[in-house]
Design a protein around this ligand. Structure first.
Ligand SMILES: [Zn+2]
Length: 319
């Protein structure tokens, strides 16, 4: 079994659109950040309880991120000091996100209604309702905002932490401990025995939805060992070669999905039923039908926004 060529592997879209220069060297420059926060050209994305402010046509056929100027954000009574710098675009315009807690959102003039429509990014991603660049920007903003929302207190002394470096560091006011935004590695795996691939149906998925299997990397574990352990736990299958193909940031809350091909040494399934409702081996012909939405049993696979789709498609395309 030869895994697909990594160079020709289709790049999934969330977070991989290189739309912004992240400006890492400027984050700690308080004067620069202050200047950009007050710059009338700067753009601000608003999140409330991690939902994203968007604008859409009345029939909802087109949805785009809703951008605010710094004056518009201030008019809503929202302080800019904790704005998160996403980067600068090709015209050197700074792009920020401002994340409001549910309580802060209700204090905006007009209450939370002023910010509507606010949408769940995961649903938008699943429906492929946002342009890829918008999805990428909102994904980065959501991942960073989710980290801030759960890092308000110091894990060392319990003191309050404050945002620094335009959102890329938090520091405890009491003991000085510093915290940096994190991305949690998770594996997502296309298991194949050469002729077929193994796809699973999760309890939380819609009835006919099958996807690649996934799991979290544990401390002290490398990617290959994680793939072998998780796949054995979930399906009972022993894995031989593991090949890394591509990765995709997945902002729910701040994962880095590490996409791999895995060679099955055994094929008999023993499912971990708490996690998986079903898993089965599919031939290339069947998977092709699923990708086309034409499987006779109505089985479907994830949409093209996802690394799961890219992995599944690479199996179909493999010669
Ligand atoms: Zn502390």
């Amino acid at each position: 079994m030869t895994p697909p060529d990594r160079q020709s592997f289709p790049i999934p879209r969330i977070g991989n659109e290189q739309t912004l220069n992240r400006m890492a060297e400027k984050r700690g420059d308080e004067e620069w950040v202050k200047g950009r926060l007050g710059d009338s050209r700067s753009r601000f994305l608003l999140l409330a309880d991690l939902s994203v402010a968007v604008e859409s046509t009345p029939d909802r056929s087109t949805t785009r991120l809703r951008w605010y100027t710094s004056d518009q954000v201030k008019d809503l009574g929202i302080a800019l000091e904790d704005a998160l710098l996403l980067g600068c675009d090709s015209d050197d315009i700074a792009v920020f996100a401002v994340s409001l807690s549910p309580a802060e959102a209700t204090r905006v003039p007009g209450g939370g209604d002023t910010l509507k429509p606010l949408v769940d990014l995961r649903s938008l991603a699943m429906q492929e309702a946002l342009p890829p660049t918008d999805l990428s920007l909102a994904g980065a903003a959501r991942a960073l905002a989710a980290w801030h929302a759960t890092t308000k207190c110091c894990g060392r002394c319990g003191g309050h932490t404050r945002s620094k470096d335009a959102g890329w560091r938090r520091r405890c006011w009491a003991c000085g401990q510093e915290f940096f935004p994190r991305a949690d590695p998770a594996i997502i795996v296309l298991i194949t025995d050469g002729e077929r691939c193994l796809l699973g149906h999760h309890k939380r998925y819609a009835h006919s939805f099958y996807s690649t299997l996934a799991g979290f990397v544990e401390p002290g574990e490398d990617i290959e060992a994680c793939v072998r352990r998780e796949m054995r736990e979930e399906t009972g299958i022993e894995i031989g070669n593991v090949t890394y193909l591509a990765s995709q940031p997945w902002p729910f809350p701040h994962l880095l999905m590490v996409g791999c091909w895995a060679e099955a040494l055994t094929t008999a399934l023993t499912l971990e039923e708490e996690e998986l409702h079903d898993a089965r081996w599919f031939t290339r012909a069947e998977v092709k039908q699923m990708l086309a939405g034409a499987h006779p049993d109505g089985f479907t696979v994830p949409g093209s926004h996802s690394i799961a789709y890219a992995l599944i498609k690479s199996f179909v395309d493999q010669r």
